[in-house]
Design a protein around this ligand. Structure first.
Ligand code: NAD
Length: 350
């Protein structure tokens, strides 16, 4: 076994169908009495329901969370939190809503109580991102790590099947890169492999029957594990590419992850132990092809061309993704990365 560093992050998790009922108790544990509930406009009704359940412990809702946390939204939400005298943020939603809570926590030290409703995993990480002038700046800060997380699979029943599939593959991408991370370790690998297994087993059932609570529960459990490894181990080429494609070319987050993943895995095929673990978790003979075939079963878009990427932008994307070095199992070089992007653009089976 190689030498490693294990750096566990603090986390309190309340998991299970109906766990949302524990929210008042969790707020009390944090000593919070004036919660601000955050959501996207699409999830306004869920936020209102949570606010009602909190009664006098809720001072208001803010429902303008948006993808990649635009700086104007972050600043407005901070002003709202301050003017209401909030002492805690309750985020009800996916990565965009959790991200807005993190933007508030970053400048106020306010604790976050997170109620995730997608599989993105942001609730398990100290990573924040804020977008200004078309560029997303990310950083790590212990203040933005939620103090308590309530995973209630009943809240994910409304996540449309296509978005569930893409979001689940976003989670699997965290686990895949954790398996070959330069910061990997045996605990991270255990969680990553189990996270992939749980999601690969449950996502096809969810696509067939979005209200299958047992499958939703298994998927959310897998997403939790994938979130932990995202927060614990540095990511590599795949996440860099998706960051570039989302940030500079405005492609949708979860779908971009799904499309790029089989090609990034193929690029990093030399990471033999990671490949064997991915294969075992998927029950497949070949890691990259196993991921591709799972995505076909999930009826996901398979080509960057399908989600708004222009062929003429591939070279620029490859240049941005390779201009500064970062750890990756295989050297990150312009020509093979451009080839990877071309394959993802055309949706070839690796
Ligand atoms: P999202 O939060 O943008 O949600 C997508 C849409 O689905 C929104 O309209 C949302 O309201 C809706 N939705 C979410 N849950 C729903 C449900 N259960 N039922 C019905 N509708 C629902 O999407 P996401 O993929 O979860 O998050 C993407 C963002 O999160 C990106 O900005 C990404 O960079 C960020 N992210 C950050 C981290 C981190 O560690 N900081 C990790 C993962 C993702």
């Amino acid at each position: 076994m190689r030498a490693f560093v294990y750096n566990g992050l603090p986390a309190r998790v309340v998991f299970g169908a109906g766990a949302l009922a524990k929210l008042p108790e969790e707020l009390q544990r944090l000593g919070a009495t004036k919660a601000l509930v955050l959501s996207t406009p699409e999830q306004r009704a869920s936020a209102a329901e949570v606010a009602r359940a909190l009664g006098a412990r809720c001072v208001g809702t803010y429902d303008k969370a948006a993808m990649h946390v635009p700086v104007d939204t972050a600043e407005e939400a901070r002003r709202v939190a301050k003017s209401l005298g909030a002492d805690c943020c309750v985020t009800v939603g996916g990565g965009s809503t959790t991200g807005l809570g993190k933007a508030i926590a970053l400048t106020s030290d306010m604790p976050i109580l997170s109620v995730p409703t997608t599989y993105a995993g942001s609730e398990m990480t100290p990573i924040y991102g804020i977008t200004e002038g078309g560029a997303k700046k990310t950083g790590r800060d212990a203040r933005v790590l939620p103090k308590s997380v309530i995973y209630d699979p009943t809240l994910t029943l409304s996540l449309p099947p296509a978005l569930s599939a893409a979001s689940g593959m976003n989670a699997i991408a965290h686990a895949v890169e954790a398996l070959y991370s330069h910061e990997g370790n045996p605990i991270v690998s255990l969680m990553a492999e189990e996270g992939i297994r749980a999601l690969a087993a449950s996502l096809p059932k969810i696509v067939e029957a979005a209200n299958d609570l047992a499958a939703r529960t298994e998927a959310l459990y897998g997403a939790w594990l994938c979130g932990i490894v995202l927060g614990s181990a540095g990511m590599a080429l795949h996440h860099k590419l998706c960051h570039v494609l989302g940030g500079s070319f405005n492609l949708p987050h979860a779908e971009t992850h799904a499309i790029v993943l089989p090609h990034a895995v193929s690029y990093n095929e030399s990471a033999a132990e990671a490949m064997r673990r991915i294969e075992r978790a998927l029950g497949a003979e070949h890691a990259a092809r196993g991921i591709y075939d799972l995505e076909m079963r999930l009826r996901l878009p398979m080509r960057l061309a399908d989600i708004g990427m222009k062929e003429s932008d591939l070279e620029r994307a490859a240049r941005i993704a390779t201009e500064s070095p970062y750890p990756n199992p295989r050297k990150v070089e312009y020509a093979p990365v451009l080839e990877l992007l071309r394959n993802a653009y055309q949706g070839h089976r690796p």
